[in-house]
Design a binder for this molecule. Structure first.
Ligand code: PEP
Ligand code: MN
Length: 263
């Protein structure tokens, strides 16, 4: 179902009037985690003003350490809903398990399945029964074939609206948080009709690298970018070191839109 031979035409997914896939460029911005009502409202206004199309923000966080901030849970979802009501930005947020999936589905416009759950087949099948689009992130040691097979799980369960997101894979390199596999964009476009986004924040782990990598991602043909934005990265409860301040995000959006026009 995910393959280009099965469906030659690009999948285009309409999210509240904004189209993801095909010739469109989608910019998703927002914090790693929703931290407070004030924080998400502030960042949502900045993302909107910069020209972003969707607001990201984790309420249920897949943290490496159980002692790290785990997210605000349903309270975070309520803050996201308020931010959407004020700015009009649709919401993308992660579901880590089947138990919380149905709750998240009530708030989110797109449900994210994170890298650590890319092969959680029970969760993929559950997402396949949802009426909401799913953004599936590539597992940190998944091959392209495994990535597409996970999309296939969602589609085979009845949900055709899958958006892929490359967020870097694990290699021997440790200067960057992950190693970004940019060729995946062209490979996926050859093999599949599904939209493919790049997440330069988790791919690099360093805010200084986010803008240059975003330029390259759009130049190679990515359908969009997912970027972590924080008003106070130094005090962020997660991923501050890879989060852009709103001014830098605004500049990035302008540059990538220019690149998108010429590619
Ligand atoms: C995220 O986008 O918040 C996230 C945790 O990303 P990943 O699953 O790619 O690590
Ligand atoms: Mn993050």
């Amino acid at each position: 179902l995910a393959s280009r031979t099965f469906q030659p035409m690009d999948t285009v997914i309409d999210i509240g009037g904004h189209k993801i896939g095909g010739d469109n460029l989608t910019i998703i911005g927002g914090p790693c985690s929703v931290e407070s009502e004030e924080q998400i409202m502030h960042i949502a206004r900045e993302v909107k003003a910069a020209g972003g199309h969707l607001l990201r923000g984790g309420a249920f966080k897949p943290r490496t350490s159980p002692y790290s901030f785990q997210g605000l849970g349903e309270e975070g979802l309520k803050f996201l809903k308020k931010a959407k009501a004020e700015t009009g930005l649709p919401i993308i947020t992660e579901a880590m398990s089947i138990e919380e999936f149905d709750l998240i589905e009530q708030y989110a416009d797109i449900i994210q399945i994170g890298a650590r759950n890319m092969q959680n087949f029970a969760l993929l099948k559950h997402a396949g029964r949802s009426s909401k689009p799913i953004c599936l992130k590539r597992g940190m040691s998944a091959t392209i074939e495994e990535f597409l097979m996970s999309a296939e799980y969602i589609m085979a369960s009845g949900n055709p609206n899958v958006i892929l997101c490359e967020r870097g894979i694990r290699t021997f390199e440790s200067y960057t948080r992950n190693t970004l596999d940019l060729a995946v964009v062209s490979a996926i476009k050859e093999l599949s009709h599904l939209p493919i986004l790049i997440d330069p924040s988790h791919a690099t782990g360093r805010w200084q690298l986010v803008e240059p990598v975003s330029r390259a991602a759009v130049a190679i043909g990515a359908h969009g970018l997912m970027i972590e934005v924080h008003n106070d990265p130094e005090h962020a409860l997660s991923d501050g070191q890879q989060s852009l301040k709103p001014e830098r995000f605004t500049k990035l959006v302008k540059i990538v839109e220019k690149i998108h026009q010429i590619v």
